[in-house]
Design a protein. Structure first.
Length: 402
C-alpha cells in the first residue's frame, strides 16, 4: 500500500528525460530529420528538440548524438545516477515515519500469549466442590507447551466438567492441535482429566517496525470512522485480531445469505485465524465493539469460513535414486501450502491442471502415471468452480508410487 501522505516529489524527470536534456544541452548540429532515424527510445529527445525550448548547446562542435557516441554514453550513465539519487532523496526517512506514527499514539505491540479453554473433568465424593485455582498449569505430554488458567473456578457437585479460560505462559503466536494439553503439572484432588477440545491458533509475536508503520498508515486512512468494507476489514484485522488472522468483507450480504438479494447497509464479515480456523466466541464479540465506529446505518454479521473440501489421488514414478518417503512428504506440503487460507484463496478454483503441475514440479517426481481408465489424476476427476466467499480445503492426499 502506498504512503497515505505522499512524499514530496523533488525530481519529476526520469533518467531518459535527464539524458535527453543533457545530450541536447551538450551536443550541436541536431535536427528533427536526424532524430527521426533514431531508435524508439530517442523519441523523447526528438520532442525536446522539436519544441524549440532548449537553450543553445554548450559544445556545438559535438554534432554526434548517436547512442554509440562516447559522450552520449557518459551522459546517459550520469542521468541514470542522477535519477537513482533523486529517488533516494524522495524517500521519506524511516525516522520521520516513526514520528508520524507516534502522533497517533501508535507504538510497537509486544508479543501476546495464546489463549484457549481447558476442559476439566472431575469425580469428587458426594457433595464436594472442586476448586481449580488461578494459575493452574496444564502442559503437553513432553512439557514443551504450558498453559495456565486465568481465573479461579469452583466446580459445584455434581457437575462433571467445566471449561476454564487459560493462556500460554510464554508470549507468542501458538499453533496447537486439539487434545494435546492433557498433562496437569501439579495434581489437583478429584480432577480426573483435562484437555483442550479445540485447536489453538492465537497469540502474536513482537510487532516489527514495518508492521507498526503499515498499521499507522491504515489507521490514518480510516481513523475512528469506518465507512467502507475495506475500513471494516482493516480495523478488524489490526485492532481486534492484532494482525494475526484473515478477514474478508462482503458488502450488501445479510447474515451470510450470499444467494439472497443485495441489501444496502448490510455487510457479512468472514473471519478466521491465520491457518483458517474459526474464531472463538469472545473474539467475535469483540468485533461487534467496532460497530460504534461505523458511519451510516450499518449491520455487520460475523461468520466462520466456508470451505469446499476435495481429495487428491495420483500415482507417480520416482526419479532414479529418490527416497519415496521424502518425495511423498514434499508433494503433500506443496499441495497443502498452495491451498492455505493465508494465500488469499477466497474463490480460488480447484483446477486439476494446477494440482498436476504441483506434483510434477516436486523434486524427485519423474512423472505422473495415468489411471487405467485414462485420467491423469484419480481425484479430483473434474475442476471445481468456487464462489467468491468459499475457500478450497485439501482433504486426504493419496500418492501411490508405482
Amino acid at each position: 500500500m502506498a504512503d497515505l501522505i505522499p512524499s514530496p516529489v523533488l525530481e519529476i524527470r526520469d533518467e531518459e528525460q535527464l539524458a535527453a536534456e543533457a545530450i541536447a544541452r551538450t551536443s550541436g548540429g541536431l535536427t528533427t530529420a536526424l532524430i527521426d532515424f533514431q531508435i524508439a527510445d530517442r523519441q523523447r529527445l526528438r520532442d525536446l528538440v522539436a519544441s524549440g525550448t532548449l537553450s543553445a548547446p554548450a559544445c556545438p562542435e559535438l554534432t554526434n548524438a548517436n547512442p554509440s557516441s562516447p559522450h552520449t554514453v557518459i551522459l546517459e550513465a550520469q542521468a541514470w545516477m542522477l535519477a537513482f539519487i533523486a529517488r533516494r532523496i524522495n524517500q521519506l526517512p524511516k525516522r520521520d515515519q516513526i514520528e508520524f506514527a507516534r502522533l497517533f499514539q501508535i507504538q510497537l505491540r509486544q508479543a501476546a500469549p495464546a489463549t484457549t479453554n481447558l476442559l476439566f473433568a472431575v469425580a469428587p465424593p458426594p457433595n464436594v466442590n472442586v476448586i481449580i485455582p488461578i494459575g493452574t498449569q496444564v502442559s503437553t505430554a513432553d512439557g514443551s507447551v504450558v498453559f495456565e488458567t486465568t481465573v479461579q473456578t469452583v466446580i459445584p457437585y455434581p457437575t462433571p466438567t467445566a471449561s476454564i479460560p487459560a493462556q500460554n505462559v510464554v508470549a507468542g503466536a501458538t499453533l496447537q492441535a486439539p487434545d494435546q494439553l492433557n498433562n496437569l503439572v501439579d495434581p489437583i484432588a478429584w480432577v480426573s482429566s483435562v484437555t483442550n477440545l479445540d485447536a489453538i491458533d492465537s497469540g502474536s509475536d513482537d510487532e516489527s517496525i514495518e508492521e507498526a508503520l503499515q498499521r499507522a498508515r491504515d489507521f490514518q486512512q480510516r481513523g475512528l470512522r469506518l465507512v467502507s468494507t475495506a475500513d471494516l476489514e482493516s480495523a478488524t484485522l489490526q485492532d481486534i485480531l492484532l494482525g494475526n488472522g484473515i478477514v474478508k468483507g462482503f458488502p450488501f450480504v445479510v447474515a451470510g445469505d450470499f444467494g439472497g438479494a443485495p441489501r444496502p447497509g448490510h455487510t457479512t464479515l468472514v473471519v478466521m485465524t491465520t491457518t483458517g480456523l474459526p474464531l472463538d466466541d469472545p473474539t467475535k464479540a469483540l468485533i461487534n465493539t467496532l460497530l460504534g465506529q461505523m458511519v451510516g446505518n450499518q449491520f455487520v454479521y460475523v461468520i466462520d469460513p466456508i470451505y469446499v473440501s476435495f481429495n487428491v489421488s495420483a500415482s507417480i514414478h520416482l526419479a532414479s535414486g529418490q527416497a519415496g518417503t521424502a518425495v511423498l512428504a514434499a508433494i503433500e506440503a506443496a499441495i497443502t501450502n498452495f491451498y492455505l487460507p493465508s494465500q488469499a484463496n477466497f474463490g480460488r478454483p480447484i483446477l486439476r491442471e494446477q494440482i498436476i503441475e504441483l506434483i510434477q514440479a516436486t523434486p524427485g517426481v519423474a512423472r505422473i502415471v495415468s489411471t487405467p481408465t485414462g485420467p491423469i489424476l484419480a481425484a479430483p476427476l473434474a475442476d471445481v468452480t468456487l464462489n467468491p466467499w468459499e475457500l478450497p480445503q485439501v482433504g486426504t492426499i493419496t500418492i501411490t508410487i508405482v
